[in-house]
Design a protein. Structure first.
Length: 230
């Protein structure tokens, strides 16, 4: 099957799964942003997306997309290295027109995945999973997400550390998306001279829109921690 047996097919799968994950990030970011404006609204969303059948199906679908995207990324990287052979050990300068993100997508992806595990532990495990098994994993009700988010990001010492760690993660995510969105649209056919520069701009805008809501939430609680916000 060409989707797994050809390089173009594998890049096509990478592009589709990547763009699907970007759409999820846009939705998830907007959802999270409500916590700094209305805790009641955020808790309502937590209730709607808790241990409900449609939320569980969506979670499984999302996990499948991440797994496919990650496995194809590793496979394509190994394939490219094998094709280059001994040339990959040659010491060369930075290729003209090649961005740093492009040459380090797997590294950035690894950083994103690593922090994703932490994020799943902090939120999915202690919220949706806790609700599924009917047991609180912390001091808060799984559906009182706003209280839990506030506690996590404003706890003495640990809260500030978590805020800084999440900002590092979001920077890596932005770099990954900045190139990834452009690469996906390029693979899907927007690769002519007219659209070449345009999709680079579109990629940067989409990456910013996907990451900014998360960053605003973290910066809000970081501001609480250091006394810039009362």
């Amino acid at each position: 099957m060409w989707l797994k047996d050809s390089s173009i097919g594998r890049k096509f799968v990478m592009s589709l799964t990547g763009l699907a994950l970007v759409f999820f990030l846009l939705f998830h970011g907007c959802m999270n942003l409500t916590v700094i404006f209305s805790e009641d609204a955020y808790n309502t969303i937590c209730h709607l997306l808790g241990a409900n059948w449609y939320a569980l199906i969506g979670t499984l679908g999302l996990a499948f997309l991440v797994l496919v995207h990650f496995c194809y990324a590793i496979y394509l990287t190994l394939q490219n290295r094998a094709a280059r052979g001994n040339d990959r050990y040659a010491v060369t300068g930075k290729k003209e027109g090649v961005e740093w993100e492009s040459e380090n997508m797997l590294v950035l992806g690894g950083v994103v995945i690593g922090f994703l595990v932490l994020h799943l532990y902090n939120f999915w495990f202690k919220m949706q999973f806790s609700e599924i098994i009917g047991s609180n994993m912390g001091a808060f009700d799984p559906q009182d997400g706003a209280a839990y988010v506030r506690e996590l990001f404003t706890a003495p010492t640990c809260g500030t550390i978590y805020c800084l760690l999440y900002l590092v993660w979001l920077c890596a995510l932005w770099l990954h998306l900045n190139h990834g969105v452009w690469s996906a649209m390029h693979t899907l056919g927007w690769n002519n001279l007219v659209w070449q520069k345009r999709i680079k701009v579109i990629g940067s805008v989409v990456a910013t829109l996907a990451v900014l809501p998360f960053a605003l939430v973290v910066l809000y609680y970081l501001g609480l921690n250091i006394g810039l916000i009362w």
